[in-house]
Write a protein that binds this ligand. Sequence first.
Ligand code: ADP
Ligand code: ZN
Length: 519
Amino acid sequence: MNRALTILKQTFGYDAFRPPQDAIVQTLIEGGDALVLMPTGGGKSLCYQLPALGRPGCGVVISPLIALMQDQVSAMRELGVRASFLNSTLDGASVQAVEQSLLAGELDLLYIAPERLVQPRTLQLLARAEIALFAIDEAHCVSQWGHDFRADYLQLSLLHQQFPAVPRIALTATADERTRAEIVERLQLQQARQFIAGFDRPNIRYRIALKHNARQQLLRFLKSEHPQSAGIVYCLSRRKTEEIALWLEQQGFTALPYHAGLTPELRAHHQSRFLREEGVIVVATIAFGMGIDKPDVRFVAHLDLPKTIEAYYQETGRAGRDGEAADAWMIYGLQDVIKLRQMMANSQGSEAFKRTEQHRLNAMLGLCEITSCRRQALLAYFGDPLPEPCGNCDSCLQPVDTWDGTEAARMALSAAYRTGQRFGVNHLIDLLLGNATDKVRQFDHHQLPTFGVGKQLDKSQWSSVFRQLVARGFLKVDLEGFGALQLESHCRPLLRGEQSIELRRDNLKKSVRQQTQTA
Ligand code: ADP
Ligand code: ZN
């Protein structure tokens, strides 16, 4: 039996590796570097714990989560692994004891906080010890535009410079391409083998539909598919979670709000009811879900668009942890996009940070608007490709109808252009439909050649065209201009008729269409 497998069984008590743990472990044992992208719960820890035991010397784990170090060390010690940590919670005598045991070769694993590692004293210590490997956990903290940026992580490239012979493994659950490239660059992991795996959640059925009447759509979904299931409904605002929870109660469901504005007691109470009772629905802002491990959540419903694909993946991932069929159900509309863009524009943060946020929102919109398999697109985003369409998402189950929207897109773009890119979607639709409203007259827009050229489509079809043009980045919403639609430079070929475009046919029933406002 090979050595890694022996350690896996004897020390960790597992029968088999979860691929690609085996290949990762092998890479490190042989002295190579690795970059590992796996979702939370995927089994990243083993990827460095095991090779630390399989190589001579002590494995050094750099982790920003000081609060968790003690737990990890205790868990390791229970398995008979000689583990310790160095962080600011230790007093001088304890630090010395840990240092002594490291130098004496009596440690298999040493957890160190990044700010501690980069101190000269620690580096000198490590230089005198035998090091099996360096594991850089939560490696996305090196990404300056991410939410978890830590300046100390930027200095970790010194590991490569000062310990060129020691293999390194960087691990994260954040796997978009840009973050990955930043990790490689900043940690100097150009030689590292990349392992991206385990993002697929085959038992989750992904569905994304247009929002026309959020409450009725949600009610229909719950009544027909989840009359008694435990589930989570995500909303963007605190007020909305309370309104929806109350309304669901009136409809006969057990529904509880959850958001950061509730008292800690009430939050804990709602959380524990969700965990202990059957069929409780929590209506929550994103504050809910961190660290909640309820295996039988049967659905996650989004009434508002998440800001990023990572957030969508993480939130939907709370469904179906038991492996049984579960639903990720979402509705969205153009108003969501405008609201999110507004929130981003008003948020703190550098211009570059805001730009990145916009890009990530665009990727999320792309996932909403694609006409092919959602799961393939989702996994492709994480670099974990799925060769065949999944058969378990709305696109696969009900192939999307498309139409040649080239002409309509040209009209829509030229309406925005000819009105000086200063007007919102409703006004532009009035213009295309030839509605001589007061506002149209006020600006003399009934004199424009675009006036009334779009009568072959109705209002809801036009809002669908505009929504898709925004989602695909041909138009952008100007937030200082009260939602004015502006042309993006790459819409030119489309505007000139040099490029064609296929649009989703939004199959809204007629009755529904009449209720449709603009979103
Ligand atoms: P991550 O760090 O990726 O969030 P963990 O390393 O904490 O995930 O692992 C998640 C869970 O999977 C843990 O309970 C761990 O014991 C278990 N696990 C990891 N690898 C295996 C394996 N090969 N066989 C069985 N269980 C495993
Ligand atoms: Zn699919």
